[in-house]
Design a protein around this ligand. Sequence first.
Ligand SMILES: Nc1ncnc2c1ncn2[C@@H]1O[C@H](COP(=O)(O)OP(=O)(O)OP(=O)(O)O)[C@@H](O)[C@H]1O
Ligand SMILES: [Mg+2]
Length: 333
Amino acid sequence: MPDQTQSAPLLSVSGLTVSFKTERGTASAINGVDFDLKRGEVLCLLGESGSGKSVTLRALMRLLPERRSRIAGKVLLNGEDVYAVPERRMEKLRGKAISMVFQEPMLALDPVYTIGHQIAETIVRHEGIAFADAERRALDLLERVQIPSAKRRLKAYPHEMSGGMRQRAMIALALSCNPALLLADEPTTALDATVQMQILLLLRQLQAELDMAVILVTHDIGVAAETADRVAVMYAGRFVELGTARQVLKDPQHPYTAGLLASTVHGNMRGHALEAIPGAPPDLTNLPSGCAYAPRCPHADAHCTAAPPSETWLEPGRMARCVRARVPAAAPV
Ligand SMILES: Nc1ncnc2c1ncn2[C@@H]1O[C@H](COP(=O)(O)OP(=O)(O)OP(=O)(O)O)[C@@H](O)[C@H]1O
Ligand SMILES: [Mg+2]
């Protein structure tokens, strides 16, 4: 097989849509997400609660409830079509090629096995090495995520650990087979501010060491500014803005991004959570026919409610989904 690793993106997502059957009707959670991710790249997802960040990550892992969800579009991971491979192949890819730190640690950890067993077992399953060797690697991982008395913690069950320790254990588990792509869904929310920063620095360090690509969901703009190569802003299941961290956070082109950033103090944004902007997020079972943000947007006019805005590419890699976004006029020659 030709070596595609250098040229092709590690991850390529096109036309991803996800809807759920709910008691109130069909909820359109993801409404057309497209992006590529290179090996070793860090992309941060920002957006209010319910904008579709976790659903996007779960869709990439093919972990959405099959019977209650409807998924369309294409997810290529290292050239493999995630929604075309058999589940057995997907089980191999999960953990090794792509792995996830979940928003809820208790959902990811098995209550009946010790932390050490779970990590070692994952390593054995993917790499076929002896259990004792895998246990040694598990110990090394717990030490790397700075779990105190790591040797003793190997023998602990998830319920015997504090929320912060569980979150670290889950990060160790997710990193156990050196995944090419790590999906980290608010991996530090249960931790206090100092530990949060330690864990994020650790993730950044491991990311560089292992040349691991990361998609990091965070509510903290400072975290995004310090860790991301690129930032995507989500609203009603779409990317409404995409660019480098500097472009998006210093020069937002979508009024929603500007609204999210308005409450933060520039220059010292660490620890500033996204504050609610006036108005409520849209009802996903009844999305407006135009721009989903128009009902809350201070600049909305008749153009905005007529049809959903398409992507405006301001320059390569820099996108805003807003009728007001203008491609800069070419400089006179
Ligand atoms: N299994 C499901 N069944 C029905 N609706 C779902 C399901 N999972 C998610 N949703 C809905 O999809 C929408 C997007 O949810 P998602 O969890 O991706 O939001 P989020 O951006 O991660 O928010 P938060 O910041 O609160 O974690 C929400 O309206 C949510 O209620
Ligand atoms: Mg979420």
